[in-house]
Design a protein. Sequence first.
Length: 283
Amino acid sequence: MTIQLLDIVLYSHDGRLRTLHLRSGEVNVITGASKTGKSALVDIVDYCFGSGTCRVPEGPIRRSVSWFGIRLRLSDGEAFVARRCPDAKLNSSEDCFVEIAQDVSIPTSGTLRQTTNTKGLISLMNGWSGIEDNVHVPPAGQTRLPLTANIRHALAFCFQPQDEIIRRQQLFHDTGDTFFAQALKDSFPYFLGAVDDDYVRKREELRRLREQLRSYERQLAELSALRGEGLSKADGLISQARDLGFTDVRPDSWVTIVEELRKLARTPLANIDESAASGTEVF
């Protein structure tokens, strides 16, 4: 599945909007004078894709824009996503607007409202891009938590601002952040296709079976401990029974001890009463 960017839309506080149209399936070159906001386009698209921080620089754009929006072409239909520009003192906003249809027109500013939050937006975009349920479990001994690849990781292969292009030590977007770089390494096999959904399902089944095996091993250890104590008690009961003349068997295994004790348990009470009447100690 693919997602293609059709339009980038900026909404002003007074209801006006400015739209940058892109040609689908073609290379789009955006030109213009210096300091006109070209570099902010990547940050605007990134923000509309659920970024936790609005990286659009403070300045005329942040002061003039109330909502950032993008229109997308999906594998089946189109979608329009808008996100409220955060206040000057905030890093982001949870107000996200999403509209999905076969053909989506750019809405007016008056129709924009919160229909979901960033978590819901990322979940929707995962589905649009074909990212299925997955999980990366770090090797034993690692302290980092299991990781689920999502659309935010996929964007690292799509964006590359000018200040990242010139860095020889950095290949993918945002990998200057050590934690994100590690997350990208963990999720890379999934995006490469080396880890498919069936593998994820089988690994989860293996994890469940291992937990079940450990549970059975604990139960077996408990039963073995109980059996060890029970064997000494059973030997004592057999010895008392021999002393009372109820049996002359000397069992040599746990199975024969249990069988003999069961046989003694079925001994008629009359035999025990006669022993008690004669003053013999019974067990």
